[in-house]
Design a protein around this ligand. Structure first.
Ligand code: PBE
Length: 268
């Protein structure tokens, strides 16, 4: 085999779960003898997407809702086949789902939500004074704050952008009262946050997938086959636990990934 000389360039977005998934991809590809470089925390969604299309990356973890609502948002994509066809036009392929949905949601401290009687996003309409803090990407995205505000007719004016990894500290410190959560974040349970019901169904499903360049199939078939073993291998519960090891127990992402691969896929 010529795989020993194949090289695979992996990317990840600037948040913990993406780095863990990028590490899993990296280690699986490496297990076939390929040379692999992981550009971890390269940037936000747009940066990864452009780098993949330009050929500076071969593969990175993405989410179906992000493809539909943000990256390919101008297009009608009624089903999976339409989404795959749109990706093929730009030389890209999408794996089968890894097995979990990581959706956006709005969250508040449980006690404060209880005191104000807020259970659903639509309940926020009655509380224009609340301080909102949203991850910088959410402030700008087609599925983010401006669209959410329109869907629910939300009146809040005190709305600022922040780094997602700092949002939970902002809630603790009371500098923000409502933030966007990623539903697989370990902090939701750890801090006992209330996840508000998306009663107008603004957010779609964000199934985790791997997005890769189609030429990987001929350039590094063994590495690609190894990487695709992640398909269907991660439940939502499993992903939350992996995020918890990294974020709450401070285990480095490469270690979190290798422990998972050894236990679940027998890769070491
Ligand atoms: N998500 C939910 C977003 C951020 C929150 C993981 C689907 C994304 O990275 O596209």
């Amino acid at each position: 085999t010529t795989e020993g000389t194949a090289s695979v360039r992996v990317g990840s977005k600037k948040f913990t779960e993406s780095v863990i998934l990028g590490e899993m991809v990296t280690q699986l590809a490496r297990s076939t003898g390929a040379g692999v470089r992981h550009r971890r925390e390269l940037g936000g969604t747009a940066v990864l997407w452009e780098a993949l299309k330009r050929g500076e990356l071969d593969v990175y973890p993405e989410y179906t809702g992000t493809l539909r609502q943000e990256l390919l948002s101008g297009r009608a994509l009624p089903d999976d086949a339409a989404l795959r066809a749109a990706l093929a036009e730009v030389g890209l392929r999408m794996s089968k789902p890894l097995g979990f949905n990581n959706t956006y949601a709005l969250g508040m401290k449980e006690a404060e939500a209880e005191r104000l009687g807020i259970r659903r996003i639509s309940d926020l309409r009655e509380h224009p004074e609340l301080r909102f803090g949203f991850s910088n990407e959410f402030m700008e995205r087609a599925d983010g704050w401006p669209a959410l505000r329109d869907t629910y007719k939300l009146p809040q004016r005190d709305v600022r952008g922040l780094d997602h990894d700092l949002a939970y500290r902002g809630l603790e410190a009371n500098s923000v009262q409502v933030t966007d959560l990623y539903s697989t974040d370990a902090e939701i349970a750890a801090y006992g946050l209330r996840v508000l019901e998306d009663d107008a169904r603004h957010f779609p499903a964000y199934d985790a997938v791997l997005l890769y360049r189609e030429d990987l199939e001929s350039r590094a078939p063994d590495a690609l086959a190894a990487v695709l073993r992640l398909q269907g291998s991660l439940s939502e519960d499993a992903m939350v636990k992996l995020n918890a090891r990294a974020r709450l127990e401070r285990v480095p992402e490469p270690q979190v990934a290798s422990d998972f691969l050894a236990a679940k896929l027998g890769v070491s």
